[in-house]
Write a protein that binds this ligand. Structure first.
Ligand code: GAP
Length: 453
């Protein structure tokens, strides 16, 4: 991690997340549980939108990648084959004075970072969570909570290839929970013990792997940019030889400038034929591929783009966070990409006056048929705009007394706070076009006059 840091404080993000219902500490009424977080009503929508954007880009919009959803509990031998039972460990040291535990490779000196006390010798600590299958808690019944989704893909390579009649190159994508008993966690949802991954294993002919590796590094880097991450806070970092995982031929981290500094958002690795070879050896099932074009049989190489859902959510939140001035006051606004915003359209009657309610509810019924929407009539219209700005809602539709006469509504846009008044009959089409990111052939005139702001 470098000294350089994002301009946004993590405290501001954590506080906004709690205030607006994105993310809460887990089991908070019991004092919380270290490194565990619960996604609230807005967080669950944001997270779902992140997953959907990834799935759309890597599965739905491609012919060469298909999806699976493998079980979290796998045959324990799979983790022997993958190398996790033997080698998925971090060096653990304990302070002899305050008994805090640290990852030896993350400490800058040889003393406890909390109290300066003397440390024990490093002990290798396996990061996999263990549990037991069935009622008997003995070694024969040990199973692991998967520490990565990747292995569920490798063990299904042949199932998917034959069922879907896939030829190389092709990929298998999966989104799901992973668990690691990390020694040190922290930085909000950046490093937790339960988290979600979005992984692709892309199988290629050996010899074409370098080319595909470059392709996926660029593809994945651009995915973040296309969803609004600013170029200057995203970078690629190639792993040095000493840093490469035992299975990797090459690896790039896509790094984001988080509040604590540049840190890994996603890794893209060339895993060679390590995984399929290992699983073939340990399972006794052939996992090689017959190439009909060249009449050759070989074990495919694998390019693996491996991203974290929670880390992506954090990066999107940090990147979208902004403060500007509205009506002489500081306004907090989440400039989330329209595809990621939890609520797309908020419907706001100017007041709770009973004359406005029937039309406002009618508009809301129509809007929610098309978009994730929210109806809000509590407090002043200015307060409600601020709330939606903090939630990242791109558009608010306001119904006022004039709407009853002329059947027109006002659409207010989050980023520039511009407003447009338009006939109710054009509202849905206009919002749809704006939420697709389209600009109009004939631009509607955005009014400088704000409704109640
Ligand atoms: N299959 C390869 C693999 O799992 P990794 O670099 O260990 O590679 C991939 O993890 C991604 O998963 C990371 O870039 C990060 O986004 C996410 N991730 C890993 N450990 C995490 C943790 N403890 N908390 C949150 N996200 C994590």
């Amino acid at each position: 991690m470098s000294e350089e840091k994002s301009k946004v404080d993590m405290e501001k993000i954590v506080s906004l997340c709690k205030r607006r219902g994105f993310i809460f500490p887990s089991s908070e009424i019991y004092g919380g549980l270290s490194s565990c977080w619960d996604y609230g009503p807005l967080g669950v929508e944001l997270k779902r939108n992140v997953r959907n954007a990834w799935w759309r880009a890597v599965v739905q919009e491609r012919d060469d990648v298909v999806g699976i959803d493998a079980s979290i509990l796998m045959h324990p031998q799979a983790w022997v084959a993958s190398g996790h039972v033997e080698g998925f460990s971090d060096p653990l040291v304990e302070c002899k004075n305050c008994h805090l535990r640290w990852r030896a490779d993350q400490l800058s000196g040889d003393k406890c970072a909390e109290c300066g006390g003397e440390l024990t010798e490093p002990k290798m600590f396996n990061l996999m969570f263990k549990t037991f299958m069935g009622p008997v808690e003995d070694d024969a019944n040990i199973v692991y909570l998967r520490p990565e989704t990747a292995q569920g893909i490798f063990v299904n390579f042949e199932n998917v290839r034959s069922a879907m009649r896939k030829k190389l190159p092709f990929g298998i994508a999966q989104i799901g929970k992973s668990f690691r008993n990390e020694i040190t966690t922290g930085n909000f949802i950046f490093r937790t013990r339960e988290f979600e991954q979005m992984e692709i294993e892309y199988f290629v002919k050996p010899g074409t792997d370098d080319e595909w590796f470059d392709y996926w590094v660029k593809e994945r880097f651009n995915w973040y940019l296309n969803l609004g991450i600013k170029k200057e806070v995203l970078r690629l970092r190639q792993h040095g030889k000493e840093e490469l995982a035992h299975y990797a031929k090459d690896c790039y981290d896509i790094e984001y400038l988080f509040p604590m500094g540049w840190s890994e958002l996603e890794g893209v690795a060339n895993r060679g034929d390590f995984d399929l070879t290992q699983h073939a050896k340990h399972s006794g099932k052939g996992l090689d591929y017959f190439d009909e074009e060249t009449n050759e049989r070989y074990v495919p190489y694998v390019i693996e783009p491996s991203a974290g859902v929670d880390r992506s959510v954090l990066a999107f939140l940090v990147d979208a966070y902004d403060e500007d001035v509205a009506e002489g006051e500081t306004r907090v606004v989440l400039r989330l990409h329209r595809d990621l915003a939890p609520i797309k359209v908020a419907v706001l009657p100017l007041s709770r006056n009973e004359k406005l309610v029937p039309l406002a509810r009618e508009v809301y019924t129509e809007v929610r048929r098309h978009f994730m929407a929210q109806y809000d009539d509590a407090q002043s219209i200015g307060r409600r705009y601020r709330r939606q700005d903090e939630a990242g809602t791109p558009f608010c539709v306001t119904i006022d007394f004039q709407s009853l006469e002329d059947k027109q509504v006002t659409i207010r846009e989050r980023d520039g706070m511009a407003q447009i008044r338009l006939p109710l009959k054009d509202m849905v089409a206009t919002l749809q076009a704006k939420l697709r990111g389209e600009t109009f052939a004939t631009q509607p005139t955005w009014s400088a006059k704000a409704v109640g702001a």
